[in-house]
Each structure stands twice: as C-alpha cells, then as structure tokens.
Design a protein around this ligand. Structure first.
Ligand SMILES: C=CCO[C@@H]1O[C@H](CO)[C@@H](O[C@@H]2O[C@H](CO)[C@H](O)[C@H](OCc3cn(-c4n[nH]c(N)n4)nn3)[C@H]2O)[C@H](O)[C@H]1NC(C)=O
Length: 135
C-alpha cells in the first residue's frame, strides 16, 4: 500500500476556499492520493491518480469513505499526469461537490457526506510535497 506522507489535521477549510498542494510526481510513480475530509476514516474525497496500481493504468480513481468504508468508485476519463511532473492541485468544495483544479483539467466529485468543512488533508504515495497553501 502507499506509505503515509503529509498529514494535516485541525483544519477549518470552508466552502469556496482552496487547498493548494504543490509537489512533484516521482519519476517511477505507481500512484499517489490526496485525501480531504474529516479524518482518515471519513473522507469527502480520495483523489487517486494511478499510473499502474490496483490493476489500473493511467486512471484517476475518486472515492469517498464513510466510517472507514469506501463508497462507490468514480473513474475519470482524463489522465493529465506524467511521471516526474511538478504540479499544483487545487481542491475546493461546496455543499454539492468537490472540485479538483489542475493546470489543464478540472474534476468534480459529489459531496456525498454533505460535509460543511474540511478538517483533514493527507497526501500518500509517490508524490513529494513542495508546499501547501490555503486560500
Ligand atoms: C477488482 C477487484 C475489486 O475492486 C478493487 O478493489 C480494491 C480494494 O478496495 C480497490 O482499491 C482500493 O480503492 C480505494 C478507492 O476506492 C483506495 O484507492 C484503496 O487504496 C487506498 C490506500 C491507502 N493506502 C495507504 N494509506 N496509507 C498507507 N500506508 N497506505 N493504501 N491504499 C485501494 O486499495 C480497487 O480500486 C478496485 N478496483 C476496481 C476496478 O473496482
């Protein structure tokens, strides 16, 4: 499984605000994930680009997690990532959906849990974090 990376708790990110995660995808990355929600067991969004893992190749898998149980996966059509890329991922949300903004792509995922604030951010896998910004 993916080793634990950055974990930030005690956040109070509200609808319309942005979480920006800047970093580098490792040159031999199998996959990485950015998780946001209440805590590790209650995720609004698990944003999981997979280069080659869990049987997926060049596929973004999104999901939610409620009380430790994964929801229904949502596989995206585009895969705007390459090994070694330096990227900035901007995550925001409102009561209906989370939005993941990248330089050349934007993804939506339903706010299934109706979360009203993000208190938890975690980055896992083959991604080295350079900076995080909250705006
Ligand atoms: C085809 C067989 C049954 O379906 C498969 O079931 C797998 C297990 O649930 C699915 O993989 C999980 O998919 C989840 C999202 O739905 C997560 O991506 C999960 O990985 C999360 C994860 C976190 N970590 C981790 N965090 N910190 C550490 N140390 N490790 N390790 N794995 C993956 O293990 C996988 O996406 C799913 N594949 C399909 C095609 O449905």
């Amino acid at each position: 499984s993916m080793e634990k990376g950055l974990v930030v708790t005690q956040l109070d990110v509200e609808p319309g605000e942005c979480i920006k995660v800047k970093g580098k995808i490792q040159s031999d990355a199998k996959g990485f994930a950015v998780n946001v929600g209440k805590d590790s067991n209650t995720l609004m969004l698990h944003f999981n680009p997979r280069f080659d893992c869990h049987g997926d190749v060049n596929t973004i898998v999104c999901n939610s997690k409620e009380d430790g149980v994964w929801g229904e996966e949502d596989r995206k059509a585009e895969f705007p990532f390459q090994h070694g890329d330096k990227i900035e991922i901007c995550i925001s949300f409102d009561q209906t959906e989370a939005t993941v903004k990248l330089p050349e792509a934007e993804f939506k995922f339903p706010n299934r849990l109706g979360m009203e604030k993000i208190e938890y951010l975690a980055v896992e896998g083959d991604f080295k974090v350079k900076a995080i910004k909250f705006s």
